[in-house]
Ligand binder design. Structure first.
Ligand code: COA
Length: 174
């Protein structure tokens, strides 16, 4: 798995973003959620309209991980006012790191994560933060092994279900 590339996502490849977004969200959350909640989120959260707005946002960036020209994972970063919470100008939010299930445990998540940290350092942010579903132990362990610590808990809605996110952060020494 040496030929994995990280590349910035642009509007002309929005279809691939929609596809990887839906597939990885489904793989991650379908087991623990109702079909109804999933369908609603997949329709609304990954509509072309919503993704277009996000791709045009100067304060958000998407990156793909590709292997042999196939998209196998992606990253979404938010800065400034586009962060889903906190909106601290000195912070960067990792809103999403999603890798296709068949590529878990193969360093792809780590490459996307490394990209996030590289950008956080370039932008001289003080810290990186994220929210992760409390019932997602693999992701929680992944962030912990990269030095993240829990600082809060927040409730969010997936369809009609209320779920708890663990908020984690990593301080950067610039
Ligand atoms: C989160 C994600 C990017 C991490 O990438 P990954 O390649 O799977 O990560 P790794 O295998 O390197 O690390 C996961 C760590 O969790 C632990 N782990 C692995 N499988 C686990 C499991 N089933 N349950 C609990 N912990 C697990 C291990 O400690 C592992 O670290 P190790 O290197 O010490 O063994 C990837 O799993 C993913 O895309 N998941 C689905 C989407 C998702 O949940 N994204 C995060 C949303 S906030």
């Amino acid at each position: 798995m040496t030929n994995i590339y990280i590349e910035k996502v642009t509007l002309n490849i929005i279809d691939q973003l929609q596809k990887i977004g839906r597939q990885t969200f489904y793989e991650t959350f379908s087991a623990g959620n109702t079909e109804e909640s999933m369908t609603k989120y997949l329709d609304e959260g990954f509509s072309i309209e919503k993704l277009t707005t996000e791709l045009n946002d100067k304060n958000s960036e998407f990156y793909f991980a590709t292997l042999d020209n196939n998209v196998i994972g992606y990253l979404k970063l938010n800065f400034g006012q586009s962060q889903t919470e906190l909106q601290d100008e000195k912070a960067l939010e990792i809103e999403r790191i999603y890798v296709l299930k068949e590529f878990h445990g193969k360093n792809v998540g780590q490459l996307l994560y490394n990209k996030a940290i590289q950008i956080a350092k370039q932008k001289k942010t003080d810290y990186v933060w994220l929210g992760v579903w409390e019932e997602n132990p693999r992701a929680i362990n992944f962030y912990k092994k990269n030095g993240f610590v829990e600082f809060d808990k927040h409730v969010f809605k997936l369809g009609n279900d209320e779920q708890t996110d663990i908020m984690m952060k990593l301080k950067l020494d610039n």
